[in-house]
Design a protein around this ligand. Structure first.
Ligand SMILES: Cc1cc2nc3c(=O)[nH]c(=O)nc-3n(C[C@H](O)[C@H](O)[C@H](O)COP(=O)(O)OP(=O)(O)OC[C@H]3O[C@@H](n4cnc5c(N)ncnc54)[C@H](O)[C@@H]3O)c2cc1C
Length: 385
């Protein structure tokens, strides 16, 4: 106990300042001394700054979807003082399919509806009313998720960083962690210029999370970073594209969506890579154009801007959020794949609950989100619950 009988604040080092690290810092800093280590000069340099920014309750398996549902309230009604502008805006999501994809549409409708009752089937004509460039020769129908939303990722990420600092957290940019050593009381975190003691290490290093674990002497969880390409282009003249839903192939082979005055598109590629500063390849952009032109009346002639980012997955495509059972004081916050923005509020609250209270927040516990589903042991054959 500290002077005056107050419990001494736990000292926590978070490695990685993307959405995972920043949101965890915000949730932890109220009751702990938090330092975030970020190797880049800005925290959103990697995956967080390269996302497509959609909130959907239909994408991912039931665990990912429960985490999205557990994040919705925070995004729609952030806590007082967190931000003075909306973090989300309505943007429905329309899954579409061609003739051969009719079985996939039927199966997906049942799956989506089982958790999101507002999801509904749409005919080809209804799909074209929502997005007139869909080709009547190709698209036979779709599934509409009316409650999907655009997330202002930049605003959310900045608000988490600002909120964490207001609560006393330190965010050190240009500060790569180069080594981790276990001591009697916790960890020594080594950077190029200093050594920082900490009781707990939170591994929120995105594509590098397994590398951080190796530094700590912890076993990897089998994280595979996968490159995803995105680009923007001008919509057809005179189209009211701002009102279109996001349009996603029901088998996730391509998508496009409004992005300000442009449309943002992707071939939904998943190319495994080592952790790196991912760059797009022209062939992936060309593939997206070919696929999108085959189901729309659009001719995509010139690209405004193209980029790529890494979406990092473990084997079961669920995030890893929990204590490592072998490396004392080492907490995993990794494997956010293609859902790390939309699930960040629930993921961060869950991590704070596990680290500070030893249990998940009540609302996530009620959704049966616990160590069996989220912890690292499920990914190691000899540790499976
Ligand atoms: C094209 C694309 C579209 C996407 N669309 C969506 C979407 O619509 N909705 C959604 O929810 N998600 C989406 N995602 C996924 C989302 O972007 C990621 O899940 C999320 O950004 C992961 O956040 P993170 O903080 O784990 O990783 P990152 O943002 O990569 O942050 C990890 C940080 O750790 C730092 N780091 C690594 N090693 C060290 C070290 N040794 N020392 C210090 N710092 C270190 C890195 O520099 C990095 O900044 C998309 C991703 C891409 C690429």
């Amino acid at each position: 106990m500290a002077d005056g009988g107050k419990p001494k604040a736990m000292n926590i080092a978070i490695i990685g300042g993307g959405i995972a690290g920043a949101s965890a810092a915000y949730e932890l800093a109220d009751r702990a001394e938090v330092t975030v280590f970020e190797q880049e000069s800005i925290c959103g340099y990697h995956s967080t700054g390269r996302s497509a920014a959609l909130f959907t309750e239909c994408y991912g398996d039931s665990v990912v979807r429960r985490l999205a549902m557990g994040s919705r309230r925070f995004l729609e009604e952030p806590p007082t003082g967190f931000i003075d502008q909306p973090l989300v805006r309505p943007r429905s999501l329309l899954f579409v399919g061609t003739g051969p994809q009719q079985p996939a549409l039927a199966a997906s409708l049942d799956e989506y509806r089982s958790m999101v009752p507002t999801v509904k089937p749409v005919t080809a004509d209804q799909a074209r009313e929502l997005c007139p460039v869909l080709d009547p020769q190709a698209v036979v129908g779709g599934i509409l998720e009316p409650g999907a939303m655009d997330i202002d990722v930049h605003a959310l990420h900045l608000a988490y960083q600002r909120g964490a600092r207001d609560r006393g957290a330190r965010i050190l940019t240009d500060t790569a962690v180069t080594g981790l050593e276990r001591t009697d009381t916790g960890w020594m975190i080594r950077t190029a210029t200093a050594v920082h003691p900490s009781e707990v290490v939170v591994d929120a290093a995105g594509a590098w999370a397994d590398r951080i674990a190796a530094m700590a002497g912890a076993r990897p969880v089998g994280l595979v970073p996968k490159r995803r390409t995105a680009f923007t282009f001008r919509p057809p003249e005179g189209s009211s594209h701002e009102r279109w839903p996001m349009i996603l192939d029901v088998d996730e082979r391509w998508y496009f969506r409004p992005e300000g005055v442009h449309l943002l598109a992707s071939p939904a590629d998943e190319t495994p890579m080592d952790p790196c500063d991912a760059r797009h390849e022209e062939a992936d952009v060309a593939l997206a154009i070919e696929r999108i032109e085959s189901v729309t009346t659009m001719s995509i002639r010139s690209i405004e801007h193209a980029w790529a980012g890494l979406r990092s997955f473990v084997d079961d495509h669920r995030p890893v959020n929990g204590w490592d059972p072998e490396a004392d004081g080492f907490y995993w916050l990794a494997g956010q794949g293609g859902f790390g923005i939309k699930t960040s509020p629930a993921m961060a609250r869950y991590a704070a609950g596990m680290i500070l209270d030893g249990s998940p927040p009540a609302d996530l516990d009620a959704q049966e989100l616990g160590p069996q589903l989220l912890g690292p042991s499920r990914l190691r054959e000899d540790q499976r619950p």
